[in-house]
Design a protein. Structure first.
Length: 94
């Protein structure tokens, strides 16, 4: 694998990790806002189990978990493709 090709793949992997962090934070913020909006409508009550927790905190945690899982799926796909490219280039194009 050439130096330029390796550098592009390395930058892509770094950007994927940064994207995981930003998508997780953004999803947490969206969950916080969404659960606060539901709480402020007054037409919905939260179950008694989570009644002592702030609804925004629950929404932030759920949003961050979902955002993390979705972004990690895309990052894992990218990393798998990179490994396939490395193994293929090392074996067939020394």
């Amino acid at each position: 694998m050439g130096r330029f090709h390796g550098a592009v793949i390395g930058i892509g992997q770094f950007c994927a990790i940064v994207l995981v962090v930003f998508i997780t934070a953004g999803s947490g913020a969206f969950g916080y806002l969404a659960f606060n909006a539901v709480k402020n409508t007054g037409g919905y009550t939260f179950p008694q189990v989570i009644n002592y927790l702030h609804p925004g905190f629950v929404g932030m945690c759920l949003g961050a978990i979902v955002g993390f899982l979705v972004s990690m799926f895309f990052a894992a796909t990218l990393f798998a493709l990179v490994e396939i490219a490395k193994n293929t280039s090392e074996r067939w194009f020394p």
